[in-house]
Design a protein around this ligand. Structure first.
Ligand SMILES: [Zn+2]
Length: 232
């Protein structure tokens, strides 16, 4: 069964139309969903096809990232266009490494053109997921940290609700990230904020969060106990 089709897209930078491979959404099979909404797929990994890379100029963009470019923003990413090479292979089948690279390109552009922090946070989270799939823990952590810092900024400074993000969803994501990064005091605060919103939070999410926090707290306390000096 063919899992990929050619999708026509337009480059927001040089405006050419090109086709790029995308997985058929109806043929995706989810095996497992992790606590931070990372989906593990059985047959094909759609994340690695999420970002489009223009075969003519190298612009990396997705449906939510880097789609609005004006003259001023283009000037800011000129260096990027001059230095990126071998970008014209990303319209065909991709490896995991390709998927990671194009997310990083999109992330780089997003920060150059000052995209909202939730765009940067979302891109960084996906890079972390791909590193998790490759079992590269240090790199996963590096990008979880970028995602965490940017979601925290979003929560206090950005109008994320106007673009469709729910407050509980942002808090849930920050809580899960602080747990994964093992920032215990932060996790306590964010799970506390989430539990305070109880009535607004979907039931399944609430159950998942309660389990995650409970297990983490227990594990953390056990660790603390082991680290105590003997006789204390
Ligand atoms: Zn282009």
């Amino acid at each position: 069964m063919n899992l990929l089709y050619d999708k026509k897209v337009s480059c927001p930078n040089c405006k050419i139309d090109f086709t790029t491979k995308k997985p058929f959404s109806t043929r995706l099979k989810v095996d497992k969903i992790e606590s931070d909404n990372h989906k593990i797929y059985k047959n094909i990994n759609p994340y690695i096809y999420e970002i489009n890379v223009c075969p003519q100029c190298g612009m990396a963009f997705g449906e939510k990232a880097n789609t609005k470019l004006n003259e001023d923003k283009i000037r800011k990413i000129l260096d990027y266009f001059m230095n990126i090479n071998d970008f014209n292979k990303y319209t065909s089948e991709r490896s995991m490494e390709d998927g990671i690279r194009v997310f990083k390109l999109a992330l780089h552009i997003a920060s150059q053109i000052s995209e909202p922090k939730y765009v940067i946070a979302g891109l960084a989270l996906k890079v972390a997921w791909l590193y998790r799939e490759l079992e590269e823990a240090a790199m996963e952590r590096k990008f979880l940290e970028i995602s965490y810092q940017n979601y925290k900024f979003t929560y206090s400074n950005e109008d994320f609700e106007s673009v469709g993000y729910q407050k509980y969803f942002i808090i849930y994501t920050i809580a899960d990230l602080s747990r994964r990064l093992d920032y215990f005091e932060d996790a306590r605060r964010w799970y506390g904020d989430l539990f305070a919103l109880r009535s607004a939070v979907p039931r399944q999410m609430m159950i998942k969060a309660t389990d995650m926090w409970g297990d983490y707290k227990e594990e953390h306390n056990k660790r603390e106990l082991q680290n105590q000096p003997i006789g204390a």
